[in-house]
Design a protein. Structure first.
Lengths: 80, 149
């Protein structure tokens, strides 16, 4: 389906808090490789994992993950 | 704790890689011997020669199986290890590996059917064993490919 790719800002938030991938992984209960594959847009996390990630970063899920067809501000344009 | 999980993950990947190498030797020798035997080209000398990679493959497979069991035991002892090393990505990879193993068995069935068409297979039990081995090997191979760094 077009527009199904998921962009994320995990690396940005990780850098903000100076966490390694391993540190982030241990905080949400996954392996470093899982964090790596999420950051590189290889693996799409479940809702639960996405919420856990947002919680540890102290941000909203929408700030962390965006659909590829969203604009750069991360807000979908209303079409109606 | 992070390092322990990472170390265990690397150990698991190492065991999978060893299993794949052992499986290639073991299954490669098995299928080669099967083809030679069924087509009437298996001599005693060839049989002994094939036994070498076959035996090495078995030893490597047994060794990697023990390593996988060790990792599994370590995971079961510590809930944090289990949660991390059996996370959603790993569970999805397991399902993908099962799917690959299933299609590998189908491909194996086609192979044996075509082979039987050109050279009727005398040892029918070999088909069942061959398909089982192929399915198991394909599953581990796919899982290893998905999990490797």
């Amino acid at each position: 389906m077009p527009g199904d790719k998921l962009h994320n800002t995990l690396k940005v938030h990780r850098a903000r808090l100076d966490w390694t991938q391993e540190e982030l992984a241990s905080r949400v209960g996954v392996t470093r490789k899982t964090i790596n594959t999420i950051e590189n847009c290889v693996f799409v996390p479940s809702t639960v994992l996405a919420l856990k990630l947002a919680r540890v970063f102290g941000v909203k899920v929408e700030d962390l993950f965006q659909l590829a067809d969203e604009d750069s501000s991360g807000i979908m344009e209303k079409t109606d | 704790m992070n390092e322990s999980i990472e170390r265990l993950d690397q150990k698991r990947k190492g065991a999978l890689k060893t299993y794949v190498l052992g499986g290639l030797l073991f299954y490669g020798a098995w299928i080669f011997r099967f083809i030679l035997r069924e087509t009437g080209h298996l001599t005693d000398a060839l049989d002994y020669a094939i036994a070498v990679p076959f035996a090495i493959g078995v030893i490597i497979l047994l060794y990697s199986f023990v390593r996988v069991l060790q990792v599994r035991r370590a995971m079961e002892k510590n809930p944090e290890f289990m949660e991390a090393l059996d996370d959603e990505r790993v569970r999805i990879n397991i399902l993908l590996a099962f799917k690959f193993g299933f299609f590998a068995i189908l491909a194996g069935l086609i192979f044996f059917a075509v082979f039987n068409f050109f050279s009727p297979i005398k040892d029918v039990n070999a088909i069942f064993i061959g398909l089982l081995l192929l399915g198991a090997f394909a599953y581990v191979l796919k899982f290893y490919i998905l999990e490797r760094d």
